[in-house]
Ligand binder design. Structure first.
Ligand SMILES: [Zn+2]
Length: 391
């Protein structure tokens, strides 16, 4: 299985200069090959492959000799990155690849193995042309190194993400058992609500950071463009943004860990993140980002642990249906936090009821896959109608 280990690295002055040049050259190659591909298609519908584009690197180096000053292995990787962005444009709803800009785009370069190495005993990373770079060895790994991506964050810190092929195999997913299945409702008031009654609140710590960012942005606006003072304030703002991102990330990992510890199978709604982030309320948009990130973390962590993650249609009617008798309460409004079912008289908390329905729908979605399911939990699924209805 592939795992990424991210470490902070401490390049010296000369190495920093070379890395900056490499980031610049990779950006240049990315933009140039994207442009070549675009122009070729626009002029006579020629479709250039990534290999055609890599062949163009040599004439590019002749034209722009400074491309030879940086590690040569990073340049084809920039072409591959551009190609991936280009292919994603056709495969998914991602837009046409944009040209990278010096200040807005992420600074990164990729070293494939064997042009990089991790010397764990010496706590050094080794890169072609760059030499040995000190890194913060906060954990060790066992496995075969595939590549290292060096990045610089907007607060100026450098990081190395090492992709490692580990010897651990991905475990077979365990059979779904209704008693250890938890439905997750993405709450209106809370961050998430689970079918066993837990409510996890929205992260709130970012409000103070947002206030500090807003204050600094006012200061920044008063300084002359391109001045040192303005750059200094910008750096402070970027540091706060990164702090906020890390706090949110930490919170998400904590929530994911709790959910995975307490359940074997998780059921959640299939979100449309792209559509949701367009929501203009700030608190809502942060909640959406967190949900998207939680989904991403749950997806890979449940795979590692052999847990099951089931997605249900996000338009499935989970809120207005009674989780006990199936009564459809069409009079329920957004402001109703709790309601009593006219059909069976059960009193429901709005969000917990929704989570229970999500759990039920997730379990039901598995039934056709079991084949000839007769409600007695054959094939090790451990499902029976009684336990589904009674939850
Ligand atoms: Zn009912």
């Amino acid at each position: 299985m592939h795992k990424t280990f991210k470490y902070r690295i401490y390049p010296n002055k000369a190495q920093q200069a070379l890395l900056q040049a490499t980031f610049g050259c990779c950006r240049f190659v990315y933009n140039k090959t994207l442009d070549i591909r675009k122009t070729a298609y626009e002029t006579d519908k020629t479709k250039l492959s990534k290999f055609d584009l890599i062949k163009r690197l040599k004439p590019l180096k002749d034209e722009f000799p400074w491309l030879r000053d940086v590690p040569h292995v990073c340049l084809p990787q920039a072409v591959y990155n551009m190609d991936r962005a280009y292919q994603n444009f056709f495969k998914s709803d991602k837009g046409y690849p944009k040209f990278k800009t010096k200040h807005r785009s992420r600074k990164s370069c990729k070293f494939p193995y064997p042009f990089c190495d991790v010397l764990q005993e010496q706590a050094r990373l080794k890169f072609s042309k760059l030499g040995l770079v000190k890194y913060k060895k906060d954990r060790e790994f066992v496995g075969t190194l595939r590549h290292i991506v060096v990045t610089q964050d907007s607060d100026g810190k450098y990081y190395a993400s090492c992709l490692v092929e580990t010897t651990t195999e991905i475990p077979e997913p365990q059979p779904v058992d209704a008693s250890t299945t938890v439905g997750i409702d993405l709450g209106l008031k809370d961050f998430i609500v689970t079918s066993d009654g837990h409510k996890i609140p929205n992260p709130r710590f970012y409000a103070t950071i947002d206030r500090r960012i807003a204050r600094l942005q006012k200061h920044e606006a008063r300084k002359t463009k391109g001045s040192k003072r303005r750059a200094h304030i910008r750096l402070k703002i970027n540091k706060l943004y990164i702090k906020k991102r890390n706090l949110i990330k930490n919170y998400i990992y904590h929530v994911a860990k709790t959910l995975l510890r307490e359940s074997q199978t998780l059921v959640m709604e299939d979100l449309n993140i792209v559509g949701m982030v367009k929501n203009h309320s700030l608190a809502k948009s942060i909640q959406n980002i967190c949900w998207g990130e939680l989904r991403r973390v749950l997806e890979y962590k449940s795979q590692w642990l052999g847990h099951n993650l089931i997605f249900i249609d996000r338009f499935a009617p989970s809120t207005k249906t009674c989780s006990y008798c199936g009564f459809h309460n069409s009079t329920l409004t957004l402001s109703d936090r709790s309601w009593t079912c006219p059909g069976c008289g059960t009193h429901h908390d709005r969000d917990i009821n929704a989570a229970l329905n999500i759990k039920r729908m997730g379990l039901e979605s598995l039934l056709p896959a079991v084949g000839g399911f007769d409600g007695r939990g054959e094939d090790g699924y451990g499902l029976d109608e009684a336990s589904i209805c009674a939850v």
